[in-house]
Design a protein around this ligand. Structure first.
Ligand code: NAD
Ligand code: UPG
Length: 439
């Protein structure tokens, strides 16, 4: 099939490359000319494992093209995927200006009727509103249908998720659109769930909000464990063995970040508010998460003076295997450390370029061990393999005081005890500082 994908960010690029790998003929369109020039040369502006290799393969096979020319992208298009950003406004509502602008450009160039498929995460009712907006702008005789096909990929494993997702959700208003998308995705052999457009739009927000709820729930349990002497790792394992609960997304830590959970939970609170429903549960999930991003520095302030101290901040991206720092807990932690007067030496395998633009005052090092050298404390924020594989004895060898604040519960308490480090983690007892153990 011939497909145009609008937007070449994390979602658009993975979708375009994935569809091209399947053998469909894909044109990826972006208004960012620099990005398009780089993509044409086989360079990707983001870090996403496996994506570049697959993209080059598709470019060479001729199933993938990049353009920033709207007439080339839209003139003869009849199946168009929208994958532009829907970031949040300061009040938490979804900013739909990019998607509206993309639709206006499509309307100005279409010469055939088309099915427009929304992959971007959009509030319930948006597809209907976009359709009405376009109807006013389209030339006579040209019509568009809208379908909702929300994206569930995770950054860092986007390619894997494209080919092996748990489900593909498709919301349509008629049989023709449904069959078209069914045919497009059928070779992937992933279960497809067909529904109406509004329910499909809601499935995306409800899924992210539910996962965020699991994380805030376990983080609250962790905070109670800390005070009662229980161990959150054991608690999560014991809970997760119940199939009704499931073991995933029960990892306690410094809270969720990223370009999706924070903005989508805020947007869902607003979507509920628009229909006069006070989503109290989700508001609490958000509040718990905001507080959770502070716990590591609060722990540190309880045991040491941070002013003038050298601290290592390891892992800056919001999760491993991505360069994305949007809403990363590391930003909150770094700002608090700087405000407390600490000298912060930061390291991340992929995200330092992005972080330097946001926090130029951190001292960036070229390796984790360089950040640890002579440090008074280490803050472990993102569980990159490269970071979690550093043996604890290296902390003892390198640091002035081997004192670790582990925001991802990377090491076992036994390891910490044996290595002789002072070790503070989330929802577990402190090691090497008996006064803080159980209260
Ligand atoms: N990032 C994820 O992991 C993820 C996963 C699932 C869903 N989503 C949703 O998918 C959407 C896209 O997210 P993303 O992270 O890929 O965004 P992104 O910010 O990485 O990329 C968006 C791209 O769209 C381009 N763009 C903006 N306006 C355009 C226009 N009028 N025409 C053509 N291109 C245009 C931008 O230049 C940019 O390259 C959002 O709604 C997001 O919530 C994201
Ligand atoms: O048990 C857990 C699991 C995750 N996290 C944190 O939660 C955030 C999000 O993680 P993850 O879901 O793996 O990454 P995303 O790439 O943001 O993916 C989420 O957001 C995407 C955008 O909507 C969706 O498509 C995905 O299905 C959804 O998992 C990260 O900060 C993680 O550190 C935890 O703290 N504990």
């Amino acid at each position: 099939m011939h497909v145009t994908v609008v937007g070449t960010g994390y979602v658009g690029l993975v979708t375009g490359v994935g569809l091209a790998k399947m053998g469909h003929n894909v044109i990826c369109m972006d208004i960012d000319h620099k990005k398009i020039t780089a993509l044409r040369q086989g360079q990707i502006p983001i870090y996403e494992p496996g994506l570049q290799e697959l993209m080059i393969e598709c470019l060479e096979r001729g199933t993938l093209q990049f353009t920033s020319d709207p007439s080339y992208a839209y003139q003869y298009a009849n199946l168009i995927f929208l994958a532009v950003g829907t970031p949040q406004h300061p009040d938490g509502t979804a900013n739909l200006s990019y998607i509206e602008s993309a639709c206006d450009t499509i309307a100005a160039h279409l010469t055939e009727s088309a099915l427009i498929v929304t992959k971007s995460t959009v509030p319930v009712g948006t597809n209907e509103r976009l359709r009405a907006r376009m109807a006013k702008r389209l030339p006579t005789g040209i019509e568009v249908e809208f379908a909702s096909n929300p994206e569930f990929l995770r950054e860092g494993s986007g390619i894997h998720d494209f080919f092996h997702g748990d489900r593909i959700v498709i919301g349509t208003e008629n049989e023709k659109a449904r069959l078209w998308l069914q045919e497009l995705y059928e070779p992937l052999e992933i279960p497809m769930f067909f529904t109406d457009v509004r329910s499909s739009e809601m499935i995306k927000y409800a899924s992210n909000a539910f996962l965020a709820t699991k994380i805030s729930f376990i983080n609250e349990i962790a905070n109670i464990c800390q005070k009662t002497g229980a161990d959150v790792e054991a608690v999560a394992r014991g809970m997760g063995m119940d199939m009704r609960i499931g073991s995933q997304f029960l990892k306690a830590g410094v809270g969720y970040g990223g370009s999706c959970f924070p903005k989508d939970t805020n947007a869902l609170v607003q979507i509920a508010g628009d229909v006069k429903h006070d989503f109290r549960l989700l508001k609490a999930v958000i509040e718990v998460n905001n507080q959770q991003q502070e716990v590591l520095v609060e722990m540190a302030e309880n045991v040491m003076m941070l002013t003038g101290k050298k601290v290592a901040l390891l892992g800056l991206s919001f999760k491993p295997n991505t360069d994305d720092i949007r809403e990363a807990p590391s930003i909150v932690i770094a700002k608090r450390l700087l405000a407390a007067g600490a000298i912060v030496r930061a390291y991340d395998p992929q995200a330092m370029g992005n972080m330097k633009r946001v926090l130029p005052d951190l001292l960036y090092t070229s390796a984790a061990e360089e950040a640890l050298q002579d440090a008074d404390a280490a803050f472990l924020v993102t569980e990159w393999k490269e970071i979690i594989h550093i043996p604890l004895k290296r902390y003892v060898e390198l640091m002035k005081t081997p004192r670790i604040f582990d925001g991802r519960n990377v090491y076992s308490l036994q390891e910490a005890l044996e290595a002789g480090v002072e070790y503070y983690s989330i929802g577990r007892k402190a090691i090497g500082n008996e006064t803080l153990t159980t209260q």
